[in-house]
Structure formats: C-alpha cells, structure tokens
Design a binder for this molecule. Structure first.
Ligand SMILES: [Zn+2]
Length: 189
C-alpha cells in the first residue's frame, strides 16, 4: 500500500494561497491524493483554455474560403441595407450639429425614435421617383422641415434640440433641392 502524507492544508501551486485540502480536487496519483492547484485555479485554467480554443476556432473559420465568402456577403448586405445607411447619415448629421459634445455616443442616444421608425417615416414621404436605391446613391438627403438654424439649443437635452431632431421634423428631400434650399436660406438669413 502506498504511503500518503496527510496535510490538513497546503499552498496552491498556481496562486500560492494556503488552503484546506478540501479546496483541492482529488488526484489519486498525488502524494496527498490531491491536485497541486486549487479548484479555483484549475477552473480558471480550464476556462481560459476553452476560450483560447474558441478563439482559434473562430479565427480558423474566418480565414477559411467559406468564412471569407460569408463575411463579404454580410458586408454587401450591410451596404445595401437602408437602415445601416440611414444610421450613417444621422451619425454624420448629429456630429456636425453637436460637434465635440456628441462625444462618440451613438446617434440613437440623441433621438427618441428607432432606425426602423425613421426608415418607415422617410419611405412614407418619398415623392415621385424616390426610392432607397436613389437614397443609397446620395441623391436623397435627410432634411429638416424647419431648418436647424431656426432652433436655439445649447445641449441635446433642450426642448429645441428635441423638436429639431424629432421624427416629424425630418423628411426626405432631393439633394439638389436641399442644396437650393440651403442657398435660399443663406440669401435670406
Ligand atoms: Zn490556486
């Protein structure tokens, strides 16, 4: 019969903390019948090994021909999705309106409607010949019915800001008409 040393506690090989033997998993081959690393350290090591294996698996998939193909396809679909484009436009517009105070926050935090609601709203107001293809080509702008210059606000929390960026103050407008509108406002302002 193998002789066993019977410690009541020992230091974990990994974290160095002295712990009661019960904190170590059983290991029949060991001198004291226990693992050298505590249960917690064993678990952490197992989890990080699992995470690493998962990362390797994902990376291998991304590098595979099929993975790359699906990635390109997803990118193409994203580019063709009106809501994605609307989001980009709104983000640019709000960055221009707020400057540094946008603070890298998503445009969605500054308005009280969803991208989907805005898409529907704009689509309902499309006039002759307007469609998402034209919007994607940059021929249609998201325009403020009452121009931004008419609203005075100092923070995005101001009621004037809310009114300026409310759904009802946004409409689709042909880019050429928008540019003409801008020129008219400048001439009058
Ligand atoms: Zn440990």
């Amino acid at each position: 019969m193998k002789r066993r040393v019977c410690w009541l506690e020992k230091a974990c090989k990994a974290c160095g903390v002295v712990l009661p033997l019960a904190k170590f998993g059983r290991h029949p081959g060991g001198l004291d019948g226990r693992e050298t690393r505590c249960r917690r350290c064993k678990r952490l090591a197992r989890n990080s090994a699992l995470r690493q294996r998962e990362r390797d698996r994902v990376r291998a998939w991304q590098k595979s021909a099929r993975g790359r193909e699906l990635h390109r396809e997803a990118q193409r679909r994203r580019r063709l999705n009106p809501e994605v484009r609307i989001g980009k436009r709104m983000s640019e517009m709000l960055r221009k309106a707020l400057g540094a105070s946008k603070r890298g926050m998503s445009w969605k935090t500054y308005v009280d409607f969803t991208p989907e609601a805005l898409r529907k709203h704009l689509e309902e107001r499309f006039v002759d010949g307007m469609n998402w293809e034209a919007f994607m080509r940059g021929e249609i702008h998201i325009d403020h019915v009452v121009p931004q210059a008419c609203f005075r606000f100092s923070t995005p929390g101001d009621i004037a800001f809310r009114q300026c960026w409310s759904l009802s103050n946004l409409q689709p407008l042909w880019a050429k008409d928008n540019i003409a509108k801008g020129a008219r406002l400048t001439a009058h302002g």
